[in-house]
Design a protein around this ligand. Structure first.
Ligand code: ZN
Ligand code: MN
Length: 495
């Protein structure tokens, strides 16, 4: 990283909707996109006297995520009411967790295949479960400033994951979010769809500036700003860059320190690419938390926690390591593959096993398979060529019967016409060239190119490349590595 006159300090607060069928304290559906207010009941719409009952499945899902984040799971936790007034919160409070969260003291390991920062662990202060609020819909199209409320989202289970302020660049923050999303997706606890609001990010950011009057003393910390309203990881990265620059300018003019002013909340304006001041942030005392008298505390036995831990399965970090160790691929490549999700990794593993060359399989999957999946917006399950047929094709590439570009042509036929390797090669007129025919061809090339032959004789073996090109022009089916071999052999014999 370039040398900045300050250190950026970032902590992230992520809200993730859990992928349960029903809500956290009632049986209403959590399905996204239903007509407004069709998935509500007296409990989630806040009718007086309606009683909430915990959805145990949501709780187990939250524990699953917390364990994967290396958190401690206490055997006892409870629910608290967080009071605030907003039109999309009909009860006037959110059921959340205050002093006894369902998990705490975890960490998430992040690294950067591009080496912009050293691999590190980011601490997780806590992860707790709470209910979501509804949505305000502003009818800007009609131009009437007409706002309506949709309560379908009210009561959807949310896992709030709070990191330590331990990320020191926008790139680290983005890597944390990317890894967190990947982990939660592998765990199948959330679809993490930012567009639909299943994953929402708030970022706390300030600067630590070396004290010019006490070089060995603690750095000067500028006031912390909470940035909201970012709807992609890219937006988070850009908002943090902007905010660091802005805080540096404010510091140079005002010399405001942490404690001089209350914590400020600013919203990211995607179009203007700036953050704008919003209401000042409530302190937790403003929420007047108190235990929810309608809900019993949750008891989670060590046995049940252990059971959930045993069912976590192979998580992204372990999977990357296995791919690198078993198939000899680089961290950059294992990262690309694992980021595509488990189904693609399974496809890759099957291919690597069958063709016996993990690097070759990785190259073809990344360059050819992924490109097509992206172009057609399909998943690996809909990819026409199964690993066994793909491995057959790679075997032809491995023993030199096909070079990469001809291999691609064959693959295209296999995809478009659903042909086997053999049929695709026949259709393209790719026939194996008899070795005696090849010897004849090379002899004629040697005779016609004395200058190149002299080069090869002088030890410049690269010169043989020109002969391969000529051979392919005469017969596109020739095996380039065999042509090279023959040309070098025949050159040494030539006078
Ligand atoms: Zn309900
Ligand atoms: Mn929250």
């Amino acid at each position: 990283m370039s040398e900045l006159p300050y250190k950026i300090v970032i902590g992230l607060e992520v809200h993730v909707q859990l992928a349960t069928q029903s809500k956290l304290f009632c049986r209403c559906s959590t399905q996204f996109g239903a007509p407004p207010n069709t998935q509500t009941c007296p409990v989630c719409s806040g009718m007086p006297g309606a009683l909430p009952v915990l959805n145990r499945e949501a709780y187990r899902m939250a524990v699953r995520a917390a364990l994967a984040l290396n958190c401690e799971i206490p055997e006892f936790t409870k629910w608290d009411r967080k009071q605030y007034y907003y039109p999309d919160l009909p009860k006037g409070y959110q059921i959340s967790q205050f002093d006894l969260p369902m998990s705490q003291h975890g960490h998430l390991a992040i690294s950067d295949p591009k080496n912009r920062f050293e691999p590190k662990r980011v601490g997780i202060i806590r992860a707790h479960l709470e209910e979501d609020a509804g949505k305000s819909m502003h009818d800007e199209q009609a131009g009437t400033a007409d706002s309506r409320i949709d309560l379908n989202r009210c009561g959807t289970p949310l896992l709030e994951i709070v990191s330590e302020p331990e990320m020191y660049s926008p790139e680290e923050a983005k890597a944390y979010l990317t890894e967190l999303k990947l982990l939660l997706t592998y765990l199948e606890v959330s679809d993490c769809n930012m567009q639909e609001g299943s994953l929402r990010v708030d970022a706390n950011v300030n600067l630590h500036i070396p004290d010019p009057e006490a070089a060995d003393g603690p750095p000067i910390a500028t006031p912390i700003v909470e940035v909201k309203n970012m709807n992609s990881f890219r937006a988070v990265e850009r908002a943090l860059h902007y905010e660091a620059d802005r805080q540096w300018e404010v510091w140079q003019e005002s010399h405001q320190r942490l404690g001089d002013v209350p914590k400020q909340t600013r919203g990211w304006d995607e179009n203007a690419e700036i953050t704008r001041g919003q209401r000042s942030k409530e302190e937790s005392s403003d929420y007047r938390y108190f235990p929810d008298p309608d809900l019993v505390p949750v008891v989670m036995s060590a046995k049940e926690t252990a059971e959930i831990r045993n069912q976590l399965g192979e998580l992204p970090a372990a999977l990357r390591k296995r791919l690198e160790e078993t198939y000899g691929i680089k961290p950059y490549d294992s990262d690309v593959l694992v980021n595509q999700g488990r189904a693609l990794v399974d496809y890759y593993i099957e291919l690597a096993e069958q063709c016996g060359d993990g690097k070759l399989a990785s190259n073809w999957v990344q360059q050819d398979v992924l490109r097509l999946l992206n172009e057609r917006e399909i998943s690996i399950d809909d990819y026409a060529v199964r690993p066994s047929a793909f491995a057959e094709l790679l075997a032809k590439v491995q023993d030199g019967k096909l070079d990469t570009s001809r291999g691609r042509e064959v693959l295209a036929e296999m995809i478009e016409a659903g042909l086997s390797v053999a049929d695709a090669m026949e259709k393209l007129g790719i026939a194996e060239v008899d070795d005696s025919e090849l010897v004849e061809l090379c002899q004629s090339l040697i005779a016609a190119n004395p200058k190149i032959v002299a080069d090869i004789q002088a030890g410049n073996l690269k010169a043989a490349g020109a002969l391969i090109g000529q051979a392919k022009k005469q017969n596109p089916n020739v095996n380039p590595s065999r042509v090279r071999e023959l040309c070098i052999e025949l050159s040494s014999e030539a006078s």
